[in-house]
Design a protein around this ligand. Structure first.
Ligand SMILES: [Cu+2]
Length: 193
């Protein structure tokens, strides 16, 4: 009887340990590697975007926390492209029409993606207000919902958001407008022809 109790106890402890380790491992690596996973509080399936219409662009939002070896890079005083945070795209030019942005946050902070027309000058040149944000006037749309489409409260680390928009030919700027992020490098240009 005692042996049986001990056996059951050991199995339970073993299972808890296994689940705990797997969970911790997933939480640690989800923001950095592989498609799909969204960190400790969600399932992979819930964060898989559906098939999206039009041209699909994969957008990656990152910050120092999401980069392997970030601490070492800071120690050497160097950062990728001189930026602490970034927005990168799988394609920087697409034909006009329907375009879907599949936006993944690989960083450690909450980010978002906004699409603004770029009427003149280089990307990154917008005036930043006292609140650390830029004017969103003229925005075509945004992907800022964790594991969802369109507008939300921001994309959690490891999560994906998506949005489908209709683009006229022109220059656009894809930015993150969380306070301070634009100034820290979260912008990139998208050209629509
Ligand atoms: Cu951001």
């Amino acid at each position: 009887m005692r042996l049986l109790t001990l056996g059951v106890l050991l199995v339970v402890v073993g299972l808890v340990g296994l689940v705990g380790t797997t969970w911790a491992f997933a939480a640690l690596y989800a923001p950095i590697s592989g498609p799909g996973p969204i960190g400790p509080f969600g399932g992979v399936a819930s964060c898989m975007p559906p098939a999206l219409d039009g041209q699909v662009i994969d957008v990656t939002l990152s910050d120092m926390g999401g980069m392997p070896g970030a601490a070492g890079m800071m120690g050497r005083g160097g950062m990728m492209g001189g930026r602490m945070m970034s927005v990168s795209v799988s394609r920087s030019a697409v034909p006009a029409g329907e375009v879907s942005l599949r936006v993944r946050n690989t960083g450690m902070m909450v980010h978002e993606l906004l699409v603004l027309p770029l009427t003149s000058g280089a990307p990154g040149a917008r005036a930043v207000g006292p609140d650390g944000r830029v004017d969103e006037a003229g925005s075509l749309g945004e992907a800022s919902k964790s594991c969802g489409e369109g507008e939300g409260d921001g994309i959690a680390p490891g999560a994906t958001s998506w949005v489908t928009l209709r683009f006229a030919p022109g220059r656009y700027e894809l930015i993150c407008n969380e306070p301070g992020h634009y100034a820290m490098g979260m912008f990139t240009e998208l050209d629509v022809r």
